[in-house]
Design a protein around this ligand. Structure first.
Ligand code: 4AZ
Length: 540
């Protein structure tokens, strides 16, 4: 059974819909009212009990709380619903998206990057090209060489070279003798800006990087309007995005390892004291990734940054009774300190299970990760697998530990909130997992993508899934294909943001193939299972 909110919204819709026979209904309502009026006539208008009217307006105020993001201004529409007026450069129903002025900009021999001020873009020229559209050529005037390097003109019109002083390197001699990294370079803030193969790094605010606008708005993890190599996601070394045959790709950079301990202490983020779990068995907060990091995700290049999906679990298995290493099998979603929501089809009674929380790289032991054995599982009583579909594909994993004290709440490990009602079709949500990509059967790095909720009508069209769907399922993805969940992502989250909080809206379940046109991903519809999930959470 669904929660109360869908019912409320249903009522609101009924009261809102302009009916062709509205006049008749109004007359009837008036007659009722007139009769009541006659028997108990109030002395003044203020004596009428108008609370029903204010109640009605309460229900109808779709701008409370403000659904518009990024300082958008909300207006209720007469015909129902709301409209957000978005400040530039934001757009979309809820001002959630950013316009891409780079689509129209002409940057010649340069890269179009997003900026904070109108016209919200600029061209970063590939020197010696210069000017607002990178079409002028000027090699050494002014000199692009840094650290006292001399600029030397080459034979052709565009050739130049920076002659670096001893100890300096890089095309512009920007890499100094102390430019080095410690460990895997997570704290590296130096100036190397080419990959190990010598490819020029794209600026982190390049419009080619799907989340460039958000990276720009939250200059965290050393990312910002520059093209230096960084390691925000636990890679083996600093890396950067590059252009490869006009497509976005990424590669590691060759940064020197420091030979002496750096003078500035390296702060290890994972040593944050964990917030004590409250006795209710729930974490202090749900659905809030680390401030500033929530939006600092890198998609498209498809890498997800640490702490951006802190409810993401890797469900790992090995044959029961064996001592072979655990391997990633499915995704999961942390919904309580001791409870992970996953897909029923991920569970095999012959498997011993554990979950890994707080990590992004499955091939590496990370300081931020927590590995917890699974004590028991509960498969939904109505779970059914047919050749056509997976019905009621949800299960709960009870982690090992005393009530409320299994996973510890840290900046890398947090619960997702459970939704309290439906979200509109076309809401932008995100999926994440270590599942199959176009290239590989599994990804060692956590990947993430944006998808949209797809209406039941569109998804049950004969060319899509026809009558194979039931109320336990929801469709999300892109009808045109390309962005989707896949094998190995099953059991993982489809989360949607509302007023800055993330709600788990779906559990990756099934679909015809992956990323194919007209075959979006099918997710177990969490709204349909709220009572079932809550009962398990409260049971223990
Ligand atoms: C799977 O096999 C699977 N494209 C998961 C998700 C989707 C397809 C298959 C959706 O686990």
């Amino acid at each position: 059974m669904g929660p109360a909110l869908p019912l409320l919204l249903g009522l609101a819709l009924v009261s809102l819909s302009p009916s062709p026979i509205a006049g008749v209904h109004q007359d009837e309502a008036y007659e009722d009212y007139a009769y009541y009026d006659y028997t108990e006539e109030p002395s003044t208008i203020s004596d009428y009990d108008l609370s029903w009217l204010t109640d009605l307006f309460d229900v109808l105020d779709e701008c409370e709380p403000n659904p518009c993001l990024n300082n958008g201004v909300c207006d209720n529409l007469v015909e129902g619903g709301y409209k957000c007026t978005c400040p530039r450069p934001y757009k979309g129903k809820q001002c959630e998206a950013r316009e891409d002025p780079c689509k129209k900009a002409k940057c010649g021999r340069g890269e179009c990057v997003l900026t904070d001020k109108a016209p919200f873009y600029e061209c970063v020229c590939e020197l010696p090209f210069r000017g607002p559209d990178c079409r002028k050529v000027s090699r050494c005037r002014p000199s692009p060489c840094l650290n006292g390097a001399k600029c030397k003109r080459g034979r052709t019109r565009t050739q130049f070279e920076c002659l670096c002083p001893a100890g300096y390197s890089g095309k512009f001699c920007q890499v100094g003798p102390d430019d080095c990294m410690v460990g895997n370079g997570e704290s590296y803030r130096g100036s190397v800006s080419v990959t190990a193969e010598g490819k020029a790094c794209l600026p982190w605010n390049s419009h080619l990087i799907p989340n460039a606008g958000e990276i720009l708005a939250n200059s965290v993890d050393g990312l910002g309007p520059h093209s230096y190599c960084r390691n925000p996601d636990g890679e083996s070394a600093p890396w950067c995005f590059i252009r490869k045959k006009s497509k976005l790709d990424w590669d590691l950079c060759d940064v020197k390892t420091c030979s002496v301990p750096p003078t500035v202490p390296v702060i290890h983020e994972a040593t944050d004291p964990p917030t004590p779990a409250p006795s209710s068995g729930q974490f202090a907060q749900c659905g809030k990734p680390e401030p500033g990091r929530a939006t600092a995700r890198v998609f498209g290049g498809s890498k997800a940054l640490p702490a951006a999906h802190p409810w993401q679990a890797s469900m790992q298995v090995r044959p029961r009774g064996s001592f072979t290493p655990f391997r990633h099998h499915c995704g999961g979603i942390l919904v309580g300190s001791c409870w992970v929501l996953t897909a029923a089809h991920c569970i095999n009674r012959m498997h011993e299970m554990q979950v890994e929380l707080g990590g992004v790289n499955l091939d590496k032991a990370e300081d931020s990760e927590q590995i917890i054995p699974v004590e028991r599982f509960i498969i939904h009583e109505d779970y059914r697998e047919t050749p056509d579909a997976l019905h009621n594909d949800v299960a709960m994993l009870r982690l090992k530990g005393p009530k409320g004290q299994c996973a510890k709440e840290t900046r890398f490990v947090k619960t997702a909130c459970l939704p309290s009602g439906p979200l509109p079709d076309a809401t932008e949500c995100s999926i994440s997992g270590w599942g199959a990509t176009e290239q590989d059967s599994y990804s060692s790095q956590l990947l993430s993508a944006k998808v949209r909720l797809i209406s039941k009508d569109r998804c049950t069209a004969p060319t899509v899934y026809g009558n194979r769907l039931d109320d336990s399922m929801i469709c999300a993805g892109k009808m045109e294909g390309g962005v989707d969940s896949c094998q190995g992502d099953s059991g993982g989250p489809l989360v949607c943001q509302k007023d800055g909080t993330y709600y788990v809206y779906g559990v990756v379940s099934w679909g015809d193939s992956c990323g194919v046109k007209n075959k979006p991903g099918i997710y177990a519809r969490v709204n349909h299972f709220i009572d079932w999930i809550a009962a398990k959470l409260l049971s223990d």
